[in-house]
Design a binder for this molecule. Sequence first.
Ligand SMILES: C[S@@+](CC[C@H](N)C(=O)[O-])C[C@H]1O[C@@H](n2cnc3c(N)ncnc32)[C@H](O)[C@@H]1O
Length: 455
Amino acid sequence: MSEGPVPTAAGAERYPVLLGLAGRRVLVVGGGRVAARRLPALLAAGADVVVVDPGPGAEVERLADQQRLTLRRRPVQPDDLDGAWFVQACTDDAAVNAAVAAEAERRRVWCVRADDAVAATAWTPASGTADGVTVAISAGGDPGRARAVRDAVLAGVRDGSLPARRTRGRHGRVALVGGGPGDPDLITVRGRRLLADADVVVTDRLGPRGLLAELPDTVEVVDVGKTPHAATPAQSDINDLLVRRARAGRLVVRLKGGDPFVFGRGGEELLACAAAGVECEVVPGVSSALAVPALAGIPLTHRGVAQEFVVVSGHLPPGHPRSTVGWPGLARSTATVVLLMAVEHLPGIAAALVAGGRPASTPVACIERGSTPAERIVISNLDAVCTAPAPVASPAVIVVGEVVGLHARTGQARVAAPAPGNRQTLGDGGSGQEVGLNMGLNLGLNMGNDPSRAT
Ligand SMILES: C[S@@+](CC[C@H](N)C(=O)[O-])C[C@H]1O[C@@H](n2cnc3c(N)ncnc32)[C@H](O)[C@@H]1O
């Protein structure tokens, strides 16, 4: 009905406005389906709603029973407009709507007409709110189009893909955001939204680096990526950087690969913020320890195969004086062992597992750059990886356990992934064989109390 910049009788444009209806009388004439659609927004606005209808529908009756509105079960009469600030004529009788609109006009009260947009003096846009942003869309009298634009804008605000940066009420703080294993689609909605709002992004070598290209030029990007064996900033320098930028009033997003607390040193950064009195929000991420095997079709637990999994850092070899990993226990158990940072020491780790009791035939999956277009999967077994350098390069997740045997079977069911990679399984191979590859309108926005977000 009334969606859109239908020209007024005088041919002029409509004037968009938001109304403060809290505690103010709104008259709704007609209590059927149209009213039922309109009422939630009026009630959410705190309006004092009066509905007049001799035979209202079930939803209006329900709201009346809950005393959320006043229901007059009779035909409308002129004095129903007494005290009303706003009227909605929602009956299916054009003559009744016209009479209500005429009385509203006489009293200088804005009136929406469900049946005649041209004769109306007010129009209800397709509207909604996300993260403090109210969106109201009118699309030339095409309500379906208005709803589609509204939904797209709200989705963009929610997932951070629209540049809806706050410009008011900002204060210095840090967000430790887990970015997932690398595919930009595998960051959380919260993480993506914070990234879109960031003043400073302190990023790692791993994680969804593709998202950095979407940041506006005004965002300071500091790459503290830690490459094995390359000179990288000390953790204390990173901590200082986070604290200094936050103290300067900036929203600092510390974008980390996977989950910030899984071998991510996020705990140290959180403690540094706490010690400095800097607000810090932790946004969990999809850890590569779980996501990379999952994307390869390897369930870490599987009924009748494995009831537990253990995530282990392999950055120190078994027997190293600083290693705290209980390799003998892992060797004796049937738990799936998920190794991170283990490419360099894989032969020693495999040898320790076999020496401790794991069958040498235990399958091993080595997955390099999981979730990215460069993903490589090599299936092998403990016996084979004991004696040769790891068949993949870092970063890789290495899975040891009988669940790896499911890779061949689950691969049949997996489908090509969407961008960035076209994940496809090429079939299973024998020991040490590479088996999987990634080949590669009128639009109104209200930003809470922040008008500059609306420009
Ligand atoms: C310092 S740890 C950080 C782990 C991260 N916090 C997480 O939850 O995924 C880095 C290790 O994670 C693993 N890793 C991270 N992203 C990966 C990916 N996309 N593919 C394979 N391994 C990955 C590798 O074992 C790498 O050496």
